[in-house]
Ligand binder design. Structure first.
Ligand SMILES: [Zn+2]
Length: 67
């Protein structure tokens, strides 16, 4: 049995656009991302996340992919 690959997932860091704090690391599926852009003209990012430093929900953007 060959190993199953889980598709073109990418790990990215999420950074708060207000205080530049790195709060999250997430992974998303590139294919899903492209589909979203095609269907709704909006990507996943920026995404609203709770920022520990701002102590509220802020917009987070995806930074370069991490390893
Ligand atoms: Zn913040």
């Amino acid at each position: 049995m060959a190993k199953k690959k889980k598709g073109p997932r990418q790990i990215v860091g999420l950074q708060c656009i207000k205080c530049k704090q790195f709060g999250y690391v997430t992974e998303f599926n590139k294919v899903n991302e492209q589909l979203k852009k095609q269907t709704s003209n909006e990507g996943t990012f920026p995404i609203s996340k709770y920022c520990k430093r701002c102590k509220k929900h802020t917009e987070h953007k995806a930074m370069k992919k991490l390893k």
